[in-house]
Design a protein around this ligand. Structure first.
Ligand SMILES: [Fe+2]
Ligand SMILES: [Fe+2]
Length: 180
């Protein structure tokens, strides 16, 4: 178990309010599948979403904002169909246009999946959090302050990628290089 994973486990076992909010999502088989999707380096999409969710929840709580929506939206923000490495490959072989590539379409996919699997949890605000988290790549800005929070937490959490500008196109699904 990595240091980050231990910290997450500790947080989940101590902050029962957070755990109760996200429990139905965390234990869902479709979400558990995301443990096998690589986000970047040794971090899975499952782990990345959990970190974004926890940061968003803690910030929202401190600011006295809607921390429930921040936690749920953060956890579901990258609930897209398949690993971006595979999607990118298909995009190349299938001659997809730029606007159809992962960086531009995955927020929409995530919102659709979230509403399908968790209709009782996806409010209009949660939908907006998921749909707008790729701002400014996706040009429509977030509508709610909690959606701004999640988009910032997502970027903050992805700092490892942002530190390497060469990785940006690959991360955003715009590159021809597949991750091995
Ligand atoms: Fe994303
Ligand atoms: Fe993300």
């Amino acid at each position: 178990m990595t240091k980050t994973q231990s910290k997450i486990q500790l947080f989940l076992s101590t902050d029962t309010e957070y755990y109760e909010i996200v429990k139905p999502i965390l234990e869902h088989p479709e979400i558990l599948k995301r443990k096998t999707f690589v986000h970047h380096e040794s971090c899975s999409v499952y782990e990345h979403c959990l970190i974004v969710s926890i940061i968003s929840y803690l910030w929202a709580k401190r600011l006295n904002w809607d921390y429930r929506s921040a936690a749920i939206g953060g956890l579901l923000h990258d609930f897209y169909d398949e690993p971006w490495q595979t999607a990118d490959h298909k995009a190349i072989s299938g001659k997809k246009k730029l606007r159809e590539k992962h960086g531009f379409v995955h927020a929409r996919q995530a919102a659709k999946n979230a509403a399908y699997y968790f209709p009782e949890l996806v409010t209009e605000k949660v939908d907006n959090i998921i749909r707008r988290h790729m701002f400014p790549l996706n040009i429509v800005p977030p509508k709610y302050r909690e959606a701004w929070l999640v988009t910032m937490a997502d970027k903050y959490t992805s700092l490892d990628v942002f530190k390497s500008p060469k990785e940006w196109p690959k991360y955003l699904g715009l590159s021809r290089n597949r991750q091995s």
